[in-house]
Design a protein around this ligand. Structure first.
Ligand code: B3K
Ligand code: ZN
Length: 877
């Protein structure tokens, strides 16, 4: 397979002004007629270049250039290209291509494919070439018209981008619909949908008074699960007007929900295509977590209309230009709509457990990668989540207003263009008095910087000296790193928890909080006039995606958990406290010592439980222990068994010591609520179920009954799932029965059945491996449905370290068997599923050997896809 390099980027030799597509639909043989008007790119430096169009899995019928049918020596066809020599250099010319494709055979779900009888497309990143021959690259932007012809019964609804411009009847029980998209776009934003779909309709009036039609298309039985998605869309539209001054630009915004989808959703111009998971919700079928994710994914795709569609990426190396920025925007949106504290913490949990692992492993790459084999492998946590952190740091450095000025300039200057990450930074420096040259290293240097901090208080001089060193570990292909530009939000508090005003130097104002801008390998700050020994609160709000190494006593951490005025740092102090304690216990387990839980943690939790709380979701987070995956990241050699035991021990010991308080919280917050999604109701459910989680680790008959009762009487999915989950994860008399009842109750709701698969696959119970084997044979399991594969195999391999990493290697073997099958069915999914095996270096020798053996087996797969090959080979090298 060939590696593509950023340094080889060249402008396209030809541009395509207009694209006129006609589809004659049939499941196994769709005819595509493409008429292109092309012109030599004035910026291209090559004389008389061949016109090289990309195409894959296409059956070519004819090529016509300016009315002249071409035949073989005039063009050359390879597996992936159609090469036409001698095209006009001085004037516009027309190329008409006819080809056919087979959507039914397309299990890779890229290009045009079939999902439950409906036809739909996925073109990002390079799927358009599976529909027709084209200059499939984002810097070729064109005006599209699309005509779709299809059977009236099978495909009553025919959709594409833009506005509907005509429709009519044809013979043979067929009909047609035409669409026109008035905006230039790259082909990855093209979309087509055809099927028996119901439409939920609403409108939104923009700030300038334009009325936009909003339409959500779903399969008929899902009609009653669209209200939340529609509401989310309207909130998103209003928010983007208010916060970024961005209004929607077409008269119609459509969303289609499909059950077979490789990712979450896709921002096609005017016609988003979504995984059903991120559209459908009813109080009894979706959890609070689902509701929040739907709102944020709807927002994310909507926000792409400006950050991605109107202004797109020059090449796929710049992917974070649209993804990092859009994730940052959807994070801001959710923070505004829900709880700022909770949103930030949840994003940081995700970043620190998953992106940090990526950054520390064999697949580490910069936010702007410089090489790839298969671009689909680069829709990563680094490009998305770390990319969003980079934009967040710009926001921190420039402030709200400075950042907005930069964005306004960016939208104004680059509208309708395909640009780069450098252009985005240029927008910020043009509009603000700041130098961001060093900051740009965040786009090019991979790896997570480590800040090592020491502080020293001198009571005589009343000065606090703070030392911060930065260091970024080597990553594949990058051995030596330069110091980065890192904003560190910082504050001091006194022994009562009151902020102590301080200043970076005598020329700056006193403030309760400062932003220290690190630019060198080492910095020393001296804060004067500090009357008593202060407590340092550092990296507030997680102001940079870095690791912080700072020696703190358990008492100091417990103090910060009680008193830090920054909601993030307060929570993080609690996490560090429990992490230190659990890591100590892991050590004891490894040394065969008896376990004892530090009273500091019990007291700290007791303290939290004794307070009254406004934001119950935040309170729940303060009471939650770091996950096994996060703990694993903190160990030099991951010991999954000891991690599990130690964490279970802490959970149970806390429950034993705090049973009374936990029960009170559970009982006080337990209501029978359905359909209530305000922050208070969500918070009540969250804290109640957090308490239930602790309590059910106790061998207490009454509590087991509470769980069972909650399961039976729940009127919403959050409560039902929480109850089922504690029954599945702990020994419980009604476990089997409730699992059966749940299946019976929900067998016609695929998204709920996904939860049923996922829950069983992530259970620490002793029989989990056998259960997973049995579930693979369950009639409802289907390798061709990504959601189902992720629910069963993804949950087992990524959400169940204890059983996936079983010492005998059966977990590894199971995963590899599936991946090898997926390789030919759906390469993108296969390669994503591989990620838990790529971290083999983190385990003991015997597990390493077992994991390597499976990776080698995978690499030897006949006809291995580019996707899988790239990830497997890089992880072994
Ligand atoms: N842009 C799409 C992702 C496309 C994935 C291609 N393999 C979804 C999103 O980030 O909004
Ligand atoms: Zn996106």
């Amino acid at each position: 397979p060939k590696t593509i390099f950023l340094k080889d980027y060249q402008v396209p030799d030809y541009l395509i002004h207009t694209v006129d597509l006609t589809f004659d639909l049939a499941e196994d043989n769709t005819l595509v007629k493409t008429q292109l008007s092309l012109v030599k790119n004035p910026s291209s430096s090559s004389d008389n270049a061949d016109l090289v169009l990309m195409g894959e899995n296409l059956v070519l019928h004819s090529v016509v250039l300016d009315g002249q049918t071409l035949s073989h020596p005039d063009y050359l066809q390879t597996d992936e290209q159609l090469i036409i020599a001698n095209v006009p250099q001085q004037r516009e010319f027309t190329l008409t291509i006819e080809n056919s494709i087979n959507p039914k055979a397309n299990t890779a779900l890229e290009g045009l494919y079939l999902s439950n009888g409906m036809l739909c497309t996925q073109c990002e990143a390079e799927g358009f070439r599976k529909i027709t021959y084209f200059l499939d690259r984002p810097d070729v932007m064109s005006r599209y018209t699309t005509t779709i012809i299809g059977d009236k019964q099978r495909y009553p609804v025919l959709l594409s981008n833009g506005n509907k411009t005509g429709s009519g009847e044809l013979s043979d029980n067929k009909h047609w619909v035409s669409w026109q998209d008035p905006f230039n776009k790259p082909c990855y934003l093209f979309a087509l949908v055809a099927g028996q779909l119901e439409c939920i309709h609403d409108t939104y009036t923009t700030q300038s008074g334009r009325v936009i039609n909003l339409e959500i298309f779903v399969e008929p039985h899902d009609r009653d699960k669209c209200a939340h998605a529609m509401q989310s869309l309207k909130y998103s539209m209003a928010w983007d007007e208010e916060v970024y001054g961005r209004e929607y630009d077409l008269d119609l915004y459509m969303i289609v929900a499909v059950s077979h989808f490789n990712m979450g959703a896709m921002e096609n111009k005017g016609l988003n295509i979504f995984n059903t998971k991120f559209v459908l919700a009813r109080p009894d079928t979706a959890t609070d977590y689902d509701y929040e994710h739907i709102e944020s994914v709807i927002a994310h795709e909507y926000f792409h209309n400006w950050t991605g569609n109107r202004i797109t990426c020059r090449d796929w190396f710049q992917l974070s230009l649209k993804e990092g920025f859009t994730v940052f925007r959807d994070q801001q949106f959710t923070a505004d709509r829900t709880s700022k504290a909770v949103k930030r913490i949840e994003d940081v949990i995700n970043l620190r457990t998953r992106q940090f692992a990526e950054d520390a492993g064999p697949l580490a790459h910069p936010v702007r990668p410089d090489a790839y084999i298969e671009i689909n492998n680069f829709y990563t946590l680094t490009v998305y989540e770390k990319g969003a952190e980079v934009v967040r740091m710009l926001h921190t450095l420039l402030g709200e207003q400075g950042f907005r000025k930069g964005c306004d300039w960016y939208f104004e200057k680059y509208d309708g263009q395909a640009v780069t990450c450098d252009d985005f930074v240029l927008a910020m420096t043009t509009t603000n008095p700041i130098d961001l040259e060093q900051f740009k290293l965040w786009y090019t240097q991979a790896g997570t910087p480590v800040l090592t901090v020491t502080s020293d208080y001198n009571a005589t001089t009343q000065a606090l000296t703070l030392n911060i060193d930065q260091h970024c570990p080597a990553t594949p292909g990058q051995h030596v790193k330069k110091p980065m530009h890192i904003p560190v939000r910082f504050g001091l508090i006194d022994q009562q928890g009151t902020p102590i005003p301080c200043q970076v130097n005598s020329n700056t104002a006193l403030a309760n909080e400062l932003i220290l801008e690190l630019t060198q390998a080492s910095h020393t700050y001296v804060f004067n006039d500090i009357k008593e020994q202060p407590v340092v609160s550092l990296l507030r709000g997680f102001s940079a995606p870095v690791k912080l190494v700072m020696e703190r006593s358990l008492d100091e951490l417990a103090f910060l958990l009680n008193y830090d005025t920054d909601t993030f740092s307060r929570w993080d102090a609690g996490q560090q406290l429990s992490t230190q304690i659990i890591l100590g216990l892991i050590n004891d387990i490894q040394n065969g010592l008896a376990l004892q839980l530090s009273p500091i943690l019990i007291d700290a939790f007791q303290n939290l439980l004794a307070q009254s709380w406004q934001d119950l979701s935040y309170f729940s987070l303060l009471l939650s222990l770091p996950s096994e995956t996060y703990l694993a990241e903190q160990m030099p050699i991951i010991d999954v068994v000891a991690i599990h035991k130690a964490r279970e021990f802490v959970t149970k010991t806390l429950a034993e010591n705090l049973q009374q308080a936990l029960q009170t919280w559970y009982l006080n917050q337990h209501r029978d609520e359905s359909g209530c999604f305000n922050a208070e109701a969500i918070g009540r459910r969250r804290i109640k179920n957090t308490c239930l989680h602790y309590l059910t680790t106790l061998d207490d008959a009454a509590i087991k009954n509470w769980a069972h009762q909650q399961f039976k009487t729940a009127k919403n999915m959050t409560d039902q799932m929480a109850a089922l989950s504690v029954m599945v994860n702990n020994p419980h008399y009604a476990r089997r029965q409730c699992l059966m009842d749940f299946y019976q109750q929900w067998q016609h709701e695929p998204l709920v059945i996904d939860k049923w698969f996922s829950l069983q696959a992530s259970s620490p119970g002793l029989d989990t491996y056998d259960t997973v084997l049995a579930l693979l044979k369950h009639p409802a399991f289907e390798l061709k449905t990504p959601n189902r594969v992720r629910a069963l195999i993804g949950s087992f391999s990524q959400g169940n370290p204890l059983h996936f990493h079983a010492a005998n290697g059966t977990g590894y073997q199971l995963l590899s068997d599936i991946i090898i099958e997926l390789n030919s069915l759906n390469p993108q999914l296969a390669s994503r599923m591989l990620s838990p095996l790529t971290t083999w270096r983190r385990y003991d020798d015997s597990r390493q050997a077992l994991m390597i053996a499976q990776l080698e087996r995978i690499i030897a797969t006949e006809h291995i896809s580019r996707d899988l090959y790239e990830v497997a080979s890089k992880s072994l090298s």
